[in-house]
Design a protein around this ligand. Structure first.
Ligand SMILES: NC(=O)C1=CN([C@@H]2O[C@H](COP(=O)(O)OP(=O)(O)OC[C@H]3O[C@@H](n4cnc5c(N)ncnc54)[C@H](OP(=O)(O)O)[C@@H]3O)[C@@H](O)[C@H]2O)C=CC1
Ligand SMILES: O=C(O)[C@H](O)CS(=O)(=O)O
Length: 461
């Protein structure tokens, strides 16, 4: 059990310095948060969605006003370059504005009854208190992508951010309270993930768990949620194939591959993890890709012009190194690689060629700036290889042929397919995966359905 006043140190991955500390909370703090959220739900859920929407829009305005402050907090605790952190704050805020309006469209329906003296009325109501557990790679967006639809629908929320990146979450919640959202409606609990999540799992007042993180932890939460049959949203790991057909526009494919692969230093669940290039254009693509990647600047995310910040921790660096060493041992060749004078958590963009599917990087999520390139000969071959994964989150396809685009994307077993687009994520679209990449969708009108229960009234006249 967590002792009173224990703290968690928050470090800057670019410098290793401790930038702040937060309470290492446990079961006591987890239960207290649910007490407050349950109490707050009684009033919050009874407000009209227009009243809730007005408060969400005030929150949006404050987040926009404090964009630079929030971006700096994120870069200091997570490492991503300031320009990416600013982009994430805008992306995170877009969920607040989108769901402030979507809540107004929680329509019901009437259904013709069999008996002439009966009426059937269907409505959608908030599930109640929801618990969100979020990862370090998107410290703002992974919170608002859950909390915005939850609050808009009338739910209240308790959130445990990743221990590496709690500061962004804490500041976002301060702005929510400043906007007039009642204290109990949204709470952040920092600390021991096991103790906190176990307390929430056992608490029958918590009616929904929304998790973003590794597939391993997601499976554990899925098992624990069975005890009280909680609704579940899981956004888990990915292993995205990026396919470049022989007829692709090389410039588009290179730009899309760089955008997908090196965003957040490759630490996203939708990053291209394997690059399949038709054998007829491999040399042309590899040359152009290397030229563009070689221009990427590695450094402290606070520095002007930095494109790739540090990885989140030592284990992340070791994982990337292992994937590279394994591939080289199995015959891969290094086209570009990690020639940087920095050390610690910095890792330069690396490109491997002559890659085969036996290599670990072609099977396990790298979560780092490694781009393995392999070739293929036919559409049938590349679809089979691309689908040969327990993951099914994002895939990318570059082609100038419309028939190929439709036929191949329909065969890809992935929840998100970017066609000539390396950056498909957006608030209005249903983000989520097939297979072991998760359950449910976040974003779009699908995303608010995760936070409501459907009820019907059968009225005897
Ligand atoms: N599909 C998607 O949208 C996304 C998927 N991911 C995946 O997550 C992984 C990287 O993120 P990462 O943060 O390391 O993932 P983790 O699963 O380790 O952590 C995610 C969150 O879960 C918490 N957690 C860790 N262990 C447990 C546990 N046993 N019980 C309850 N909660 C726990 C963490 O807390 P603490 O920080 O205290 O350990 C953190 O808040 C990658 O696999 C990536 O693909 C990441 C982002 C998005
Ligand atoms: O956590 C992630 O990797 C995000 O879900 C990816 S995105 O939504 O920012 O594209």
């Amino acid at each position: 059990m967590t002792k009173n006043n224990e703290v968690i140190e928050v470090t800057n991955p670019a410098t290793g310095e401790v930038v702040d500390t937060v309470l290492k909370g446990g079961k006591k703090e987890a239960v207290e948060a649910v007490d407050k959220a349950y109490q707050a739900f009684q009033d919050w859920s009874k407000q009209s969605v227009y009243e809730r929407s007005a408060l969400l829009n005030k929150w949006y305005a404050l987040v926009e006003e404090h964009e630079a402050e929030l971006a700096r907090i994120m870069t200091i605790e997570q490492g991503k370059p300031l320009k990416e952190a600013t982009g994430e704050i805008r992306y995170a805020n877009s969920f607040i504005s989108w769901y402030a309006e979507e809540g107004k469209r929680l329509y019901g329906e009437t259904i013709p009854a069999t008996a002439s003296d009966k009426r059937i009325v269907v409505s959608r109501q908030p599930v109640g208190v929801i618990a969100a557990i979020t990862p370090w790679n998107f410290p703002a967006a992974m919170i608002t992508r859950k909390v915005a639809p939850a609050l808009a629908s009338g739910c209240t929320a308790v959130v445990k951010p990743a221990s590496a990146t709690p500061l962004t979450a804490i500041r976002l919640r301060e702005l929510a309270v400043e906007a007039g959202i009642p204290e109990g409606v949204l709470q952040i609990v920092t600390g021991s993930s096991g103790e906190i999540s176990d307390a929430w799992m056992a608490d029958e007042r918590v009616r929904k768990i929304s998790f973003t993180g590794s597939t391993e932890v997601g499976k554990s939460l899925m098992q624990k949620s069975a005890k009280t049959v909680k609704k579940l949203s899981l956004e888990l790991g990915g292993h995205a194939p990026l396919i470049v057909m022989g007829d692709a526009d090389i410039e588009k494919a290179v730009s899309g591959a760089v955008a997908s692969k090196y965003r957040n230093a490759g630490q996203t669940c939708v990053c291209a993890n394997r690059i399949y290039v038709h054998e007829s254009i491999e040399q042309e693509f590899a040359k152009a890709f290397k030229e563009k990647v070689a221009q990427l600047k590695v450094g402290d995310g606070l520095e002007e012009g930095v494109d790739i910040g540090p990885l989140i921790d030592k284990s992340a660096v070791e994982k990337v190194k292992h994937h590279i060493e394994d591939a080289l041992d199995k015959g891969a060749e290094k086209l570009l690689g990690n020639e940087i004078e920095k050390e610690d958590l910095f890792f330069g963009p690396t490109i491997l060629t002559n890659v085969n599917d036996e290599m670990v990087c072609m099977q396990e999520e790298t979560f780092g700036p490694l781009a393995p390139i392999t070739t293929f000969q036919t559409k049938e071959e590349v679809v089979k290889r691309a689908n040969n994964s327990p993951y099914g989150l994002a895939a990318y396809l570059f082609t100038e042929n419309l028939t190929t685009a439709i036929e191949v994307s329909e065969q890809l077993e992935y929840g998100i397919v970017g066609i000539n687009d390396g950056a498909p994520s957006t608030a209005q679209a249903p983000f989520g995966g097939f297979k072991e990449s998760g359950l449910g969708r976040e974003g779009g009108h699908h995303g608010i359905d995760e936070y409501v229960e459907v009820k019907y009234l059968s009225i005897q006249l």
